[in-house]
Design a protein around this ligand. Structure first.
Ligand code: ZN
Length: 696
């Protein structure tokens, strides 16, 4: 691992924060250096601190400690992520006999320099009790690879030398802080402290030395492991055929559904990650033995649960057999998890609320890592941790034997009282964990549908044949919602293209909950002038296209087995057609009827199908309606109106004298998709009230 410290860079950081003592600039600098190394810290793991003297408003000198706050990543830390605390006071806490975690956090909060700071790290007292000015702490992969071994002490001394201290696993908090300072006082020449099954602390009175010790000791561990791997290479993975993701992933996603209450069903996002390296691990014949054990460091358990689930579809070729196998595997996993929970609460005589029993990491032979998250971010973080875990456990097998931490400690972390206190506080967004696909994704209405689905918590895939228009809409929404918005190129008139896009959707998300049939084109011609080719084209997109995507979605809904929604963006024209608009009105009427048929056929698998009949929507911000680009000029010409005049004309023709916008359609979609009423086969007019278009 490379030492990236640069004296000039360090000085720049000191100059960047003139309102703080120089220690803050240096602390930000080396924290970021540490944070950019994935092999040192991942997603909020690890923490750092610096001590300094400041002058208070009253002119008194005060010793302070700046320590990483919760919710901040070292790689992007700012002074706001390093809350300052009264150091002299914190040090005096060493005298007391015991301190509960709740009271410890209260002591931190009441001794902050800035009342608006985030909570300081739970390891703050370790940092405060140590005398050194700069302290760096990580859960480095190479270090935990050595600590999670039956013969860890011997290996650690061989790899790292004599200027190290080693502590057994102790739950972070007051007892750990006391144990650390006692050991450091016994061994004053210590440069680095190793916590078994947890990580490494390095310290010094200057930022450069503390950081350099971290890089140096982790490098020693890495080199030691590399030499062991050379000496004892592991057997090579077998070639395993990839199972059929089109069916496996929706089956899996369905088996991972939680009925949280009579009215709320939680579904999860699946994240598939694969690479030659990942397959080289999980395709090994001894994969279960190597990777079936617990986490590298206990703070991973919050993200990944302690154990992964390993699946192997090699000898299952029938879908029914796969389904049964998945269900049995999930049942066994959840039973084991519940047994672990009951056993721990009984033996510790504590009361805790059980978390859901579902796995978060699933390793599938021939395919890769599947992670499970309530949000896309959760699933992605979980996959990052899993990749490092596979690598470390593989290395551990060359070094010796991977030894997991006892479940009693894992439980303390997973069911830590401060984490438990957070449970149930945040109400999930109505569509959290849901996956939506919106066709016609490059148009104005898709902006409104996408925006409202995203605001309700769903992940949205926008599909369109016109990639340039699709990119504009995707970029518009991604500005606010990032990875929750994805795009798919799809020609709804082409069965193969539809199938390919759906396969892609499944690979990226695991399944589908809400299908919005929104692709549509217009054509203006009276029947006597309407060419057969134009008629066919409009029918192909508006009617056959709707048919193709509904047909492609049905197997996914069926595999998942947890219901779903189809919403057909039909048209006010279905009930109130217009002259010279025959191709459009007839095709939309056909799609509308198809929606009703789908409602009849899919009720038995819990899929609801509803229609939205909207009146003209011209644009959304910078995105025009492709349909109105075609229709608008004709309508303006026939009514002798300019674009503004045309909008006003449509507003004046409805009962409520209102303009219909894309977000209104989005609201309608969210209404249906959030199961607020037991409704299927219905039509919701979104037109300001037009009597001729009243459903009947
Ligand atoms: Zn730690």
């Amino acid at each position: 691992m490379q030492n990236r410290y640069d004296d000039q860079e360090a000085q720049k950081y000191i100059d960047t924060y003139p309102d703080f003592p120089p220690e803050m600039g240096l602390r930000v600098y080396t924290s970021r250096l540490i944070g950019q190394e994935d092999d040192l810290v991942l997603h909020g793991g690890g923490n750092t601190s610096a001590k300094a003297t400041i002058t208070t408003l009253l002119g008194d000198e005060m010793e302070v400690i700046y320590v990483k706050g919760s919710g901040w990543d070292l790689g992007a830390i700012e002074p706001a992520g390093l809350p300052g605390l009264d150091l002299s006071y914190l040090r005096r806490l060493r005298q007391i006999d015991s301190l509960s975690d709740e009271e410890m956090v209260n002591q931190f909060r009441t001794h902050l320099l800035d009342a608006s700071s985030p909570n300081p790290s739970i390891e703050t007292l370790v940092h405060a009790f140590l005398p050194h000015c700069f302290i760096d702490h990580t859960h480095a992969d190479a270090i935990v690879t050595l600590t999670n071994q039956p013969e860890a002490e011997k290996l650690l001394h061989k790899a790292l030398g004599d200027k190290i201290g080693i502590l057994p696993f102790i739950m972070p908090g007051f007892p750990l802080a006391r144990a650390v300072i006692e050991l450091v006082e016994q061994q004053p020449e210590m440069e680095c402290l190793i916590l078994r099954n947890h990580g490494i602390f390095t310290f010094a009175d200057d930022a450069k030395t503390a950081y350099s010790h971290m890089i140096d000791y982790v490098s020693r561990a890495e080199n030691f492991i590399a030499a062991k791997i050379k000496k004892k290479p592991l057997p090579i993975a077998a070639d395993v055929a990839q199972p059929d993701t089109d069916s496996i992933l929706p089956l899996l996603r369905g088996a991972l559904t939680l009925q949280e209450s009579a009215t709320y069903q939680r579904t999860f996002h699946l994240h598939l990650r694969t690479s030659a390296e990942i397959l080289s691990h999980i395709n090994r014949p001894d994969a279960k033995e190597l990777y079936g054990g617990g986490v590298l460091t206990p703070d991973h358990v919050i993200r990944t649960k302690n154990y992964p689930l390993l699946l192997d579809f090699t000898n299952l070729d029938k879908e029914a057999a796969c389904k049964k196998y998945i269900q049995q595997a999930i049942d066994t996993y959840t039973q084991n998890y519940s047994a672990y929970f009951s056993q721990q609460v009984t033996s510790k005589a504590v009361e805790r609320t059980q978390l859901d029993s579902l796995p978060r990491v699933i390793l599938i032979k021939g395919l890769g890592i599947i992670t499970v998250g309530k949000t896309v971010k959760e699933a992605t973080i979980c996959a990052d941790i899993c990749e490092h875990t596979l690598r470390a456990k593989t290395a551990a097998a060359s070094v010796g034997k991977y030894a997991e931490l006892e479940q009693a400690f894992i439980f303390d972390m997973e069911y830590w009282s401060l984490e438990q206190a957070k449970l149930g506080r945040a109400k999930p967004a109505p569509l959290e964990g849901k996956i939506a696909l919106v066709t016609g994704g490059g148009g104005a209405i898709a902006v409104g549908i996408g925006r409202q689905l995203l605001a309700a918590g769903a992940r949205v895939f926008l599909a369109d044949i016109d990639e340039a228009r699709l990119k504009v809409v995707t970029d518009t929404l991604a500005g606010e919602y990032g990875a929750m918005v994805r795009s798919l190129c799809m020609d709804v008139t082409n069965e193969d293209a539809v199938q390919q896009a759906f396969s892609q959707l499944i690979k990226e998300s695991g399944g589908l909950d809400i299908l919005v049939a929104n692709a549509g084109i217009a054509h203006v011609d009276r029947l006597e002038n309407l060419s057969s080719a134009a008629m066919q084209k409009v029918l192909a997109v508006n009617l056959t296209g709707t048919f193709q995507i509904i047909k492609a979605a049905i197997p996914i809904f069926r595999h998942q087995g947890h219901g779903g929604h189809i919403i057909v963006n039909s048209s006010k024209n279905v009930f109130a057609p217009g002259a010279a608009f025959g191709a459009y009105s007839a095709s939309k009427a056909g799609a509308h009827q198809l929606g009703k048929i789908a409602a009849l056929e899919l009720a038995e698998i819990g899929v609801r199908v509803n229609m939205i009949n909207a009146d003209a929507i011209f644009d959304d911000g910078q995105v025009s309606s492709g349909l109105w680009d075609v229709v608008g000029p004709d309508r303006m010409k026939s009514r002798n109106l300019d674009p503004q005049g045309l909008k006003e004309y449509y507003r004046q023709r409805n009962l409520l004298k209102t303009e219909v916008v894309a977000d209104h359609v989005g609201n309608g979609v969210v209404f249906f998709a959030s199961n607020q009423t037991p409704t299927t086969g219905a039509t919701l007019p979104i037109d300001g009230g037009i009597m001729a278009a009243f459903p009947r």
